[in-house]
Design a protein around this ligand. Sequence first.
Ligand code: IPE
Ligand code: IPE
Ligand code: MG
Length: 258
Amino acid sequence: MNQSTTTASTNPSPSPESAPADNGLPAHVAIIMDGNGRWAQARGLPRIEGHRRGVSTVRMVSETCTQWGIGTLTLYCLSSENWKRPQAELDFLMHLLQQYLIEERRTIMDQGLRLRTIGRRDRLPQRVQDEMQKTLDMSADNPGTELVLAIDYGGRDEITRAVQQISSKIAAGELNADALSESMVADHLDTAGMPEVDLLIRTGGDMRISNFLLWQISYAELWVTETCWPEFSRDDFQAAVSDFASRQRRFGGLNVNE
Ligand code: IPE
Ligand code: IPE
Ligand code: MG
């Protein structure tokens, strides 16, 4: 039995009228929410309008995951490389993040979402860190979908920090280098304890990973759409999840009937 089937069966059953008719929901969906700026510019609007509109898509996908019983949803909100952007855009993104953490608290609680973050926190403004901590604490015992926000996140940065931790433990004699296993490495990543990514969605059409979850997507199914994030709809999400259900996953092995 593959992982998605195992985990999905522990989640509440999706309602038949809303969920894709399939036999395997992804346990973990990760999304590269891209194309906000292009969506806005194509309409003669400033780039930040695309970011603002993107928040409603975040609300829609988290609500849909709750309804379908998808256990983990990871959203790429800010990469460690996005700090290269103009200060005004970064300031707006920080403002939007803070506003989201405050205004969505009620919805997060109502939907039973459990907030988690991955990436670095130390480079975020203190006010954002404070609001984040409040929402994390408040939602910590919620039983529903784990909503993981990747903020100031980079896969290479995450792996580098894990290697630093592992090296310190080896130097202190707490870990034996020869006994190091893949699961021990995974336990030192920000995503420790989370299921592997089953489905990786990218909006905005670019066929690249952009430093997202490098370790965790090794056998993820990829789904890229030209649709930009502000316009990504529930039907698009359903199409991605339905397509996932029809994929043959082999994990390096052979089909059962081969
Ligand atoms: C994704 O949209 C959001 C962030 C990276 C913060 P972009 O801002 O990258 O939008 P495009 O790709 O330039 O259209
Ligand atoms: C990836 O999008 C990061 C997020 C969606 C937060 P980018 O817009 O930063 O990626 P590139 O620069 O096109 O690779
Ligand atoms: Mg982009």
